[in-house]
Design a protein around this ligand. Structure first.
Ligand SMILES: [Zn+2]
Ligand SMILES: [Zn+2]
Length: 769
């Protein structure tokens, strides 16, 4: 016995701060520096979008990614663990618009970009501070920014590489449009939400007398109504097919057309076709060759085509139209209805369908190939591959990649003023066509000398979908790239399978005709304790900083790893994080006890020592296998089980007597268990394990490799576990039942035959006589 090497009596949060300082002053600890022949593991870390404070679910997700990185290092790989901030996009623009009360299109472009840059700087720093505090071992010193000239040039370079292959085209077509963000949207930008709405029943007079009833949620679109459809088999309307009806409020006549898109069970069974209320309208205008009318403009206001409603926002025009229908005697009734409304993912506002010109990237024709690539990547958990397949199967339009915004990567194109030819510069530089001089002397088609720069920008997914190419050194270090593409790992949430994962696969397919990743790790989402997503409006947001200050990063991390199976959503509860803290205290106390014994050279092992080492071997094997599969749940829960239910209550109690006497078998096995348990837990609880390791063994546990199972330990000792646990529990129970202290002698207990080899330790432990 000596003074415990682990001098602090109890585990406290302040220990973490000291360990983080130790890491800060040791920049080589996590540095990516592969030795010759060492396998490399590259992680395409999700570059988070800085917007306000970091969500606790995100903090846990990045902790899990960090655990995978640390585990890969301990498996002997050189881990490239980059970190980026995805700073382009509408979020920061909307923040600036909100703070200044001035919408983007009223700003000078340059001034708006400056304002966005100032705004995002502070937010980004807060996020990095949090990443450091929770122990993320990524290369935070070289954080890349997607709004840097270098990254934007890279994103443009990929576009320009693909440009000559005719993969991009311009099209004027009706598309999803957000009137708040004032930009076209891709299918991936749309979310659906059940909303309360009004179903308005209107009377359309017929040309030959009588009327037809139409129920619609969009009476403000009457100005754009160009047809009525009824189902061909719907007997109620058979005699009306081909008849004309007069549109209320406007008086123009429209045909009643039989079409299978009509739903006899909805409303009256007859539907008005307007430009544009939904995707069916778009399809029918095309199919029936109807002349579209633009009744709503880019900012969500009624146009002059809507006559008396001109200039009104859509909702207000709807209310007024209902009142006018009533005073005209054209209103039958209004019913409340639940309606699955398409909303803009960013602004949460209802989207419109507007015709606008946009740049598109072809994707529909590659769907089968993309599914083929997805099938070749290793998914963890495998079931989440289906999320991707379903998304690919559901795509209906090519990807609109242009946006009418400012704080984004510019589309690097110019147009010849004379012949309108589209000109693309060579890849490599960062181009800002809205302000830079054109990098051309003459138009190759007409010899013209005047050019107009494209003023539109990329959808931000155009930038983030090349992150894997960027971190793997594409175009910068082709030797490294060739050796490390496909990238080892893409970790990400299941909520961005349809965007980040899908678009990355598309881009990598176009650039390399290859799957982008060997493995895709898809984690679940952090919900509140009742299983609801966290929203400001629900008041159920859990702020990360107070939790970390109270319980420490390791408790938050241990909770994240042990709470759910890989890929499942996890319910975040403060009580459970507190429970994880108790586990750390247990680890600390056991380690402190063991640290009071010298670690001897291997001594003669007693059967009890062989038994715990056999259990340890089994634990090591299971954890190594799981870590290699990016499974964190198994090591967390198995290590906890080993420490809490086997090692501490049974083994440590059984050998205490021998250890106090200086028996080398016992003290050697105690240290073997502690060393290995610390190493197996190091990826999950990096602060506590490192503090203990440094105090007891010296050096950092994060320079260690995972332990391997020990040779020469008979696996047959495992057969005793159940009987040992049962015997000890039984003796404890007998003493408890008789109101005896555990230290009191207990006569008349026989040790069962199967436990004979452990009899000495057992008799001593329980004071059996
Ligand atoms: Zn929007
Ligand atoms: Zn020209």
């Amino acid at each position: 016995m000596r003074e415990p090497r682990l001098s602090e009596k109890a585990w406290v949060v302040a220990i973490e701060e000291a360990i983080l300082d130790a890491w800060r002053t040791d920049p080589d600890l996590y540095r990516f520096a592969p030795e010759p022949g060492q396998p490399v593991f590259v992680i395409d870390t999700p570059p988070p979008y800085p917007s306000g404070s970091w969500h606790i679910g995100a903090v846990m997700a990045y902790s899990m990614i960090d655990m995978i990185a640390r585990a890969q290092r301990m498996l002997g790989r050189a881990v490239l663990f980059p970190f980026g901030l995805d700073r382009n996009g509408i979020n920061i623009e909307r923040t600036v618009e909100r703070k200044t009360g001035k919408p983007l299109h009223e700003w000078d472009r340059e001034a708006f970009i400056d304002a966005c840059r100032r705004e995002i700087e502070a937010i980004g720093q807060g996020l990095l501070d949090l990443a450091v505090r929770v122990g993320v071992s990524a290369d935070l010193e070289h954080t890349y920014l997607t709004d840097s000239d270098e990254y934007r040039a890279f994103s443009q370079a990929i576009f320009l590489e693909l440009w000559p292959r005719g993969l991009f085209y311009r099209g004027e077509r009706p598309n999803f449009w957000c009137p708040v963000c004032e930009t076209p949207l891709a299918e991936a930008d749309i979310v659906y939400e059940e909303r309360a709405s009004k179903l308005v029943w209107m009377r359309f007079p017929l040309a030959h007398g009588g009327q037809i009833l139409i129920a619609s949620t969009r009476p403000e679109l009457l100005a754009a109504c160009r047809a009525i459809i009824v189902h061909p088999d719907d007997e109620r309307f058979r005699r009306l097919q081909g008849v004309k009806a007069r549109v209320p409020l406007y008086g123009n006549e429209v045909p009643i057309v039989p079409h299978p898109a009509a739903r006899p069970e909805f409303g009256s069974g007859a539907a008005m076709i307007c430009s544009y209320g939904d995707m069916v309208d778009i399809q029918l205008f095309r199919e029936l060759r109807l002349e579209p009318v633009k009744a709503i403009d880019e900012r969500g206001r009624m146009t002059s085509a809507a006559e008396r409603y001109r200039g009104l926002p859509v909702e207000e025009a709807r209310t007024r139209a209902i009142a006018d229908l009533e005073s005209d005697g054209a209103l039958e009734r209004v019913e409340p209805i639940q309606h699955r409304a398409p909303l803009c993912h960013r602004s949460g506002t209802p989207i419109e369908f507007l015709s606008s010109e946009a740049w598109y990237l072809r994707q529909l024709e590659f769907r089968e190939d993309l599914k083929g690539l997805a099938a070749r990547m290793d998914f963890h958990p495998p079931r989440h591959r289906q999320l991707l397949f379903d998304w690919i199967d559901g795509l209906t339009i090519d990807w609109p990649i242009s946006r009418r915004r400012y704080y984004h990567t510019e589309i690097p194109l110019w147009y010849c003023k004379a012949c309108k030819e589209v000109l693309a510069p060579p890849p490599g530089k960062y181009y800002r066509p809205w302000k830079d001089p054109a990098p051309f002397d003459r138009c190759p088609t007409c010899g013209g000398r005047e050019f107009v720069g494209e003023d539109r920008v990329f959808d931000t997914w155009m930038d983030s979908s090349v992150s894997n190419l960027f971190v793997t050194g594409y175009r910068r270090d082709m030797r490294f790239f060739e050796a490390n593409f496909p990238t080892s790992l893409r970790p990400q949430g299941k909520d961005i399978v349809r965007t980040w994962l899908y678009y990355t696969i598309l881009k990598s397919y176009l650039v390399r005709a290859s799957p982008p990743f060997r493995r895709v790790f898809i984690h679940g989402l952090g919900l509140d304790a009742r299983g609801r997503a966290m929203h400001r409006t629900l008041g159920n947001i859990i702020e990360p900083w107070p939790l970390i200050k109270k319980y420490g990063a390791d408790a938050v991390r241990f909770f994240a790893a042990s709470e759910t199976n890989p890929g499942d959503d996890f319910r975040i509860s403060e009580a459970k994080i507190g429970g994880a803290g108790k586990f750390l205290t247990k680890l600390w106390n056991v380690a402190r006890f063991i640290s009071s014994f010298e670690e001897p050279p291997a001594g003669k092992l007693h059967p009890t020592d062989e038994w715990i080492l056999a259990e340890l071997n089994r634990l090591i094997e299971a954890c190594r296998g799981a870590y290699d599969e990016s499974n964190l749940f198994l090591p967390a829960t198995r290590c906890r089980d080993f420490l809490w239910n086997v090692f501490a209550p049974h083994y440590v109690e059984m050998v205490k007597g021998r250890a106090y006497e200086g028996d080398a078998g016992a003290t050697w096995a105690l240290h073997a268990c502690l060393r290995d348990l610390l190493r197996l837990l190091a990826p999950i609880v990096p602060c506590s394990t490192d503090k203990i390791w440094r105090s007891v063994y010296g050096g950092s546990v994060h320079r260690e490799r995972f332990p391997a199972p020990r040779d020469g330990i008979p696996a047959s000792r495992l057969e005793a576990t159940e009987a040992l646990v049962a015997f000890n529990s039984d003796v404890w129970k007998q003493k408890r039942d008789r109101g005896l202290s555990l230290k009191v002698e207990l006569p008349g207990v026989t040790v069962p035959e199967a436990l004979r080899p452990f009899e000495g330790d057992l008799r001593r432990m329980h004071h059996l006589v």
